[in-house]
Ligand binder design. Structure first.
Ligand code: NAP
Length: 288
């Protein structure tokens, strides 16, 4: 193991709580593989301390950091520059230091898109159905917009939240034509869906037997469609198993997690991230 010395540079992740973050696992594995004099640590920051913490990070020359719940939105006014994609999503997950101060972006879209890029599809002819309208769904919508999907259909259970979600994209730097739907509409939405993304936590460990889709509704998934679950434990989730039974392609959330981290590391270090090392470190840690 590499020695931490007086020259070691600091990266980290802020959140509250933060002790369950997987980011230190994959980033320190990458730093070790690259033989760099860096260390990546989890930094608990209470919401009331956020501005103080960010000012302190500049003072101690922290090179960059990841942001997780509950700071992804609150950090935006504390940054000197925010990328278009982070503005569209309304959340920042990666911050780095420039001569102008702190810059922020959101690498979840890169992470979401990475495992889709291996499929040779004419995305301009595809319909995406997104289950859930929370924070992760925003990155998925931005990803579908970048793919150029013909239709993006967002399914939620709260009509007010759905309407606000749709409205937020009207003036977004990443414009997207999206429609909003309630869960009872799924039987008519699924047969035409080329990409179905679960962005709800339904089915996440320890609720391994749960699925966002009842079995009878899951039979509406078209053969050859791509079913994408943002959940990474268990793998596969019940939703992905249901989709595979219909002849759909299944993608779990691990690659998104790895690739959003790799994109952040590349911003901080200015060099290619060892994606396979990061993936394996997470697999080992999660027992996958
Ligand atoms: P979030 O902001 O809390 O949003 C969750 C969404 O799911 C909300 O729209 C919520 O509806 C809906 N939902 C929750 N329980 C539901 C239920 N029983 N029935 C119907 N809808 C339900 O969470 P998030 O940050 O978007 O995360 C969502 C999932 O994505 C989590 O499992 C998370 O671990 C995963 N994720 C993975 C990655 C990755 O890198 N792989 C990245 C981000 C997130 P309401 O708004 O009506 O409550």
């Amino acid at each position: 193991m590499k020695l931490i010395t007086g020259t070691t540079k600091l990266l980290g992740v802020i959140g509250n709580p933060i002790k369950h973050s997987l980011s230190p696992v994959m980033h320190n594995a990458a730093i070790a593989a690259l033989g760099l004099d860096y260390v990546y640590v989890a930094l608990p920051v209470a919401p009331s301390d956020l501005a103080t913490a960010i000012a302190g990070f500049a003072a101690i020359d922290l090179r960059g950091f990841s942001i997780t719940i509950p700071h992804k939105q609150a950090i935006i006014p504390l940054l000197n520059q925010v990328s278009d994609v982070a503005q569209a999503i309304g959340a920042v997950n990666t911050v780095w230091r420039t001569e102008q101060g702190w810059s922020g972006t959101n690498t979840d879209v890169i992470g979401f898109l990475a495992p889709l890029k291996i499929y040779d599809r004419d995305w301009s002819q595809t319909t995406a159905v997104i289950l859930g309208n929370g924070g992760a769904a925003r990155a998925v919508v931005a990803g579908c917009a970048q793919l150029g999907c013909a239709a993006v259909k967002v399914v939620g259970r709260d009509r007010q939240k759905l309407a606000a979600f749709q409205q937020s994209w009207v003036t977004s730097p990443i414009p997207v034509e999206l429609s909003i739907h309630t869960w009872d509409e799924l039987p008519s939405l699924l047969p035409d869906a080329d990409l179905i993304v679960n962005s709800t936590p339904i089915g996440m460990h320890p609720h391994d037997q749960a699925s966002p889709l009842e079995d009878a509704i899951a039979t509406q998934i078209a053969q050859g469609a791509i079913a994408y679950d943002l959940i990474y434990t268990p793998s596969p989730t019940r939703f992905l198993r249901q989709a595979q039974q219909q002849g759909a392609i299944a993608i779990d959330g691990l690659e998104m997690l790895v690739q959003q981290g790799a994109a952040a590391l590349e911003i901080w270090l200015g060099q290619t991230a060892p994606v396979e090392v990061m993936r394996q470190a997470l697999r080992d840690y999660l027992g996958l």
